[in-house]
Design a binder for this molecule. Structure first.
Ligand code: ADP
Length: 471
């Protein structure tokens, strides 16, 4: 099968979160399984762009809202990622430093989608599947179905994977003239609550919709930022497929970001050495359990309750636990977390920013990973933590619920709690401190979770079955 993944992110080219990890790994594993998966994404100005060699694959033009742009599609020349990678360059629109966060994001990403469809329409053959990821690519199924220019592609099945339904890409109806001419009877395919809603449109028009865990799919019927009724209505074509992880990138035995490698047999010693290095770097007390948090500092991740929770814990359980945080997001949370940096010497440090290398060192050197998320479609952090022998402490929601078993249950290895509240975090940390004192139990928990296989090898077939169901 020839599968075209269309995405805003793809690791290691450009990544803001889990979407990048998934699109950087799934196609590789699909190719290993004998398919021909390719990735198309915007040409962001990232380090990867400047450090690799490229060849021009195609050039063309597109019209959006009465403006004309040239586009160029470049292809990574060495196939080093295990799949064909294409970047779309539209001068002035896509060649920017950040992936998201510009006022004209709706316009930029629509231009990106139009460029891709113009390009695919110019091919002599048709791909077997177009696989869209999140709302930035959510208008592709609509355009293929209803725009006159893309009739040639109408028989190509579109799949939409929802990594995060909180962001939907809403646009006012005054922007409808940006779209290529379409059958105006079908305007309802674009609309949700009187706005153009790319995610809702993708759900309506894609042949199949997948979400990144079963539990998240169930939650979306009750809590999906306004799309609840749509998920209920379209449930027949929605499927939950748990994300996998890239075992080549996330392997404590070979991870190039780590100075001290280890595996399941040497985990206790290996983690100790990594913890020592980490604690030394940030002036933390290495004798107490090290709790880490890695992620976007936003309400979805319950990062807003972190500062207060940590203060309460560091007062209530003085000198018994240390925290290390890396994250970026809401300015108010960033500010609160960094202001605490001098208050608890030896027991707290926050690094504000995105730091891939540090995140790997933290998975290796941390004892516990805290994820009190209010919403977690799948969550990759907890799976990386397990692979590195770091005990996940998670709220029971979405993919966290599907992947972590509480240590009090049969074959359990993690700590689960029900509420994103200071009380639940406090209680969970006190359980963690107890586990940390019992070295035999801690070592057993580490080994149990490191032996779990969360790799794409296990789940790649589930996507193939979805494709086959529409072909
Ligand atoms: P989401 O996609 O909602 O942000 P996921 O758990 O699916 O959450 O994926 C998060 C990914 O982003 C993980 O690979 C995590 O290590 C990484 N990550 C998040 N924030 C940072 C950061 N500040 N520095 C380094 N890596 C980060």
């Amino acid at each position: 099968m020839e599968i075209i993944h269309v995405s805003a992110e793809c690791y290691p080219v450009a990544k803001a979160g889990g979407l990048g990890d998934v699109v950087g790994a799934l196609p590789k594993y699909q190719n290993k399984a004998g398919h021909h998966a390719k990735v198309v994404m915007p040409m962001h100005r990232t380090k990867f762009l400047y450090e690799n060699s490229w060849e021009v694959d195609a050039k063309g033009y597109l019209a959006i809202g009465g403006h004309y742009y040239n586009y160029t599609i470049i292809k990574e020349a060495t196939h080093k990622l295990g799949f064909d990678l294409y970047l779309v360059d539209i001068n002035g629109l896509l060649d920017r430093d950040k992936i998201y966060g510009y006022d004209d994001d709706s316009y930029r990403y629509l231009a990106f989608q139009i460029a891709i469809l113009n390009w695919l329409s110019s091919w002599e053959h048709r791909p077997d599947i177009i696989h869209c990821h999140d709302h930035h690519t959510g208008l592709i199924p609509f355009m293929i179905k209803n725009c006159f220019d893309y009739r040639k592609l109408q028989s190509v099945p579109t799949i939409l994977t929802i990594h995060n339904a909180q962001y939907q890409g809403w646009m006012g109806w005054d922007k409808s003239h940006w779209l290529p001419a379409y059958d105006s009877w079908k305007w309802g395919d674009l609309d949700w609550n009187n706005t153009i809603n790319p995610l809702a449109s993708g759900i309506k028009c894609a042949w199949k919709v997948t979400t990144v865990s079963w539990s998240y799919l169930n939650e979306l019927k009750y809590n999906s930022n306004g799309l609840e009724a749509l998920f209920e209505y379209e449930k027949g074509k929605c499927i939950g497929i748990l994300n996998g992880i890239d075992n080549d990138v996330w392997n404590p035995d070979t991870d190039t970001y780590l100075k001290h490698h280890y595996n399941v047999k040497t985990v206790d010693k290996g983690k100790e050495k990594n913890k020592q290095a980490l604690c030394k770097q940030f002036g933390l007390n290495e004798a107490v359990p090290l709790v880490i948090f890695i992620g976007r500092l936003v309400g979805e991740k319950a990062a807003d309750i972190l500062p207060e929770s940590i203060k309460v814990i560091l007062h209530g359980m003085k000198d018994s636990v240390a925290f290390l945080i890396v994250g970026t997001g809401d300015t108010a949370i960033e500010w609160q977390l960094s202001m605490m940096n001098n208050l608890y010497p030896g027991y707290y440090h926050a690094v504000i920013g995105y730091n891939e290398a540090l995140s790997h060192e933290m998975y290796a050197g941390g004892d516990f990973l805290l994820m009190p998320s209010r919403v977690e479609p799948c969550g990759l952090n907890q799976m990386y933590a397990m692979r590195y022998g770091t005990v996940p402490m998670v709220r029971s929601t979405g993919g966290l619920q599907d992947t972590v078993i509480d240590m009090g249950d049969w074959e359990g290895f993690g700590i689960r709690f029900n509420h994103a509240s200071i009380h639940d975090i406090y209680y969970s940390i006190s359980r963690a401190v107890g586990v940390y004192q019992d070295k035999v139990q801690l070592s057993l928990m580490r080994k149990t979770m490191m032996n779990i296989d969360h790799s794409w090898d296990k789940t790649v077939n589930e996507y193939i079955m979805v494709y086959q169901s529409v072909l």
